[in-house]
Design a protein around this ligand. Structure first.
Ligand SMILES: NC(=O)c1ccc[n+]([C@@H]2O[C@H](COP(=O)([O-])OP(=O)(O)OC[C@H]3O[C@@H](n4cnc5c(N)ncnc54)[C@H](OP(=O)(O)O)[C@@H]3O)[C@@H](O)[C@H]2O)c1
Length: 341
């Protein structure tokens, strides 16, 4: 394949961190990104060059471009963490194959991206493109965090932001493994869909008796794990209402609120714990065999229909600066960027 010398990309305008925490919302991309022609990235030893077919847009991408993620921005480098594409260069037997990948060195919101050759995930031919474009960040996190739920041996677990794409994957996984999710959302409209999917109960955090409803659910089916991507005061209140030995696993910060930990003594006298989960750390901890097995399960779940990716919209790369914010504002679906148009 003859490769071009330059490509279109959404490049970052800033280095490092912003020092602020305003959450993964954005109404205007122009303070953070620019649509530009940049030189085609060259794969160094251990890297593959991939022609991007479809890139996902996750909350972590928005935290990242705003300078509030756990890794520093690199000015002039394309943004975008995950995508599906075709391997076009690099020292790998996967040249010419369709792979899902996490960017390493040059991001996915571009016509071409770089990734570590060891991290490429070959895609089954029957895996739909949207599922292939987002099978790393959320599906693998769902598999990883559900391991925590299984290890807890409780019959239920608590899940907030339960109407998120990741939340829906977790609810379906729990349904298929006989564990009861106690789902927490902030919009009542999401309750019926989550019950249909397999949620045992749905707590609407904005209702005045939400905490009492949660306590009733905890008494009926005591949970031991709180999977939290919100990090607000209601989450802290839920944790302190959970039984002894419970663990609050924070894996995201969707809310800008700083919660008060009103009953810290529970950590001492009730053996409760607060910890963080980050997929990047989990991948290193569990090793390649567990991760490979995870992707076999993920692709089978998508192809069999056990999991479904909700699509809010697919935006051409050339129009993303103007149109991505409006697609991100659509509830209940993921946004994607297509660099082929
Ligand atoms: N730590 C890790 O390794 C890791 C890995 C993967 C994902 N994550 C995190 O997982 C979370 C979900 O990701 P996703 O891609 O599944 O998200 P998503 O599909 O974009 O959905 C976001 C959800 O968050 C809800 N939400 C937003 N702000 C909220 C707030 N202040 N209070 C309560 N709910 C709020 C939204 O509810 P509405 O519909 O009501 O707006 C929506 O249901 C994100 O925080 C992401 O960063 C972390």
């Amino acid at each position: 394949m003859t490769l071009p010398t330059s490509m279109k990309a959404l490049v970052q305008l800033h280095d490092g961190y912003a020092g602020t925490q305003t959450g993964p919302n954005v109404s205007d991309l122009s303070p953070f990104l620019a649509y530009q022609d940049v030189p085609l990235p060259k794969p160094a030893e251990g890297k593959a060059l991939i022609k991007v077919l479809l890139a996902a847009v996750n909350p972590s991408d928005i935290h990242f471009i705003k300078g509030e993620y756990g890794q520093p921005r690199v000015k002039g480098s394309p943004a975008g963490f995950e995508a599906v594409g075709e391997v076009v260069a690099g020292n790998t037997p996967l040249i010419g194959k369709r792979v899902s990948f996490f960017a390493g060195g040059s991001g996915t919101w571009a016509e071409y991206a770089l990734a570590d050759v060891t991290s490429l995930v070959p895609c089954r031919p029957d895996l739909a493109e949207v599922d292939a474009a987002c099978q790393l960040v959320n599906p693998l996190t769902a598999i990883a965090m559900f391991d925590l739920v299984k290890e807890s041996r409780a019959e239920s677990f608590v899940l907030n932001a339960a109407g998120s794409q990741l939340g829906k994957y977790l609810i379906a996984l729990a349904r298929d493994n006989g564990v009861a999710p106690i789902a927490v959302v902030r919009r009542a409209e999401q309750a019926a869909e989550l019950r249909d999917l397999g949620a045992h109960s749905v707590i609407v955090s904005t209702q005045p008796d939400a905490l009492d409803q949660a306590k009733t659910a905890f008494r009926a089916l005591p949970p031991a794990i709180l999977l939290d991507a919100v990090g607000d005061q209601f989450t802290a209140d839920l944790f302190f209402a959970m039984p002894k030995h419970s663990t609050w696993v924070n894996y995201g910060k969707l809310s800008g609120e700083a919660p008060c930990l009103t009953e810290l003594g529970q950590l001492i006298f009730m053996n409760k714990k607060i910890e963080g989960f980050w997929l990047t750390r989990w991948i290193k901890q569990v090793g390649a065999d567990r991760v490979r097995a995870g992707f076999v399960e993920i692709q089978e779940r998508f192809v069999s229909g056990a999991w479904k990716t909700d699509v809010a919209g697919i935006v051409p790369l050339s129009e993303a600066m103007a149109r991505l914010p409006e697609v991100l504002a659509i509830p209940d679906g993921k946004a994607f960027i297509d660099p082929r148009c």
